[in-house]
Design a protein around this ligand. Structure first.
Ligand code: HH2
Length: 300
């Protein structure tokens, strides 16, 4: 089998509000730049809490090559284990007070799709009304009204895998076969979303690296990503700067770039269609070379 035959080739065209489309291809990931408008995110908490700083950071990421932005106002850092005490709970009002000024300013200044990283239906609903394009839900429709809100907007949604509550999930990690179980649970999240009225073609899946998983489990999920790609939906992978990289490197979150890039290469090879990253410029340049090598025989 040649490298070209071995590389994943599925493509999708997601429908964004307002009739725009987002084309995705397995193994040619688009970069989703992370903008955390939070005081306590694990790698950049507090840096972009002021709206002006968050807007400036978002514009910088677009300049660097982000093809989408992911705006989050509640840290989803799991509690227990490697993550320490976990993130603080944030009310819907506080989340909206952080998100809306940034979302509204960006809506009129950039063209890239704007994703909202939230677990709350009320936050998703208000942000979609203010011009957000898609919802990134780390609880995979944990809020009983989220499916209805997303279905009514007709927008794409990311369903991330996680087990249990954020505050305790790292403390009780138990899988017999992490890849088979994550695949099964992602398939059932997908089925629940479809039952809630979300169109199958609007669903993005995500193995939820770092959420209730050990280092070896995170690494196995990355290595065996094609098992999740087989579910048929585009895959988003968020490995950037995470603890399972720090465990190997022995460095703090803002000094894990080589690990984030190694993970990006595995994600791309495994068929990821979207990568959620903090270091956009570096990842974009890294993938440009990686992809040029991966596709080299096509030009021969
Ligand atoms: N990881 C984080 C947050 N949101 N969303 C998806 N779909 N996939 C992920 O892997 C994912 C995510 C955690 O990273 P970060 O936003 O940098 O930190 P925090 O949650 O502490 O704000």
């Amino acid at each position: 089998m040649t490298e070209t035959e071995r590389r994943p080739t599925a493509t999708w065209s997601l429908e964004l509000p307002g009739g725009r489309r987002l084309g995705l291809a397995a193994g040619r990931p688009r970069l989703l730049g992370v903008v955390n408008i939070t005081p306590d995110s694990f790698s950049d908490g507090g840096r972009w809490l002021e709206p002006a700083a968050a807007i400036e950071q978002a514009l910088r990421l677009v300049e660097e090559g982000a093809e989408l932005l992911d705006l989050g106002a509640e840290s989803s850092r799991p509690g227990g284990g490697a993550y320490g005490g976990g993130a603080a709970e944030v009310s819907a009002e506080s989340e909206l007070a952080r998100l809306l000024p940034v979302l509204e300013a960006l809506r009129s200044r950039v063209d890239v799709p704007l994703s909202i990283d939230t677990r709350k239906a009320a936050v998703a609903e208000r942000c979609l009304a203010a011009g957000a394009d898609l919802i990134n839900d780390v609880s995979a429709l944990g809020d009983p009204r989220m499916g209805e809100v997303v279905a009514a907007a007709g927008c794409p949604v990311v369903l991330m895998h996680a087990r249990g509550e954020l505050a305790t999930m790292q403390a009780a990690i138990s899988f017999h076969d992490v890849v088979a179980e994550v695949a099964r649970e992602q398939a059932s999240s997908r089925a629940a979303a479809i039952a809630a009225g979300i169109r199958p073609g609007q669903i993005v899946l995500d193995p939820g690296l770092g959420f209730g998983k050990t280092g070896p489990q995170n690494r196995r999920l990355l290595r065996e990503l094609p098992a999740l790609a087989a579910l048929g939906s585009p895959l988003l992978v968020g490995a950037s700067r995470k603890s399972f990289l720090g465990e190997i490197l022995g460095t703090p979150p803002d000094d894990r770039l080589p690990g984030s890039l190694a993970a990006a290469a595995w994600a791309a090879a495994g068929g990821a269609a979207l990568l959620r990253v903090h270091d956009v410029a570096e990842t974009r340049r890294f993938l440009a070379v990686w992809q040029a090598i991966a596709g080299a025989e096509e030009a021969a």
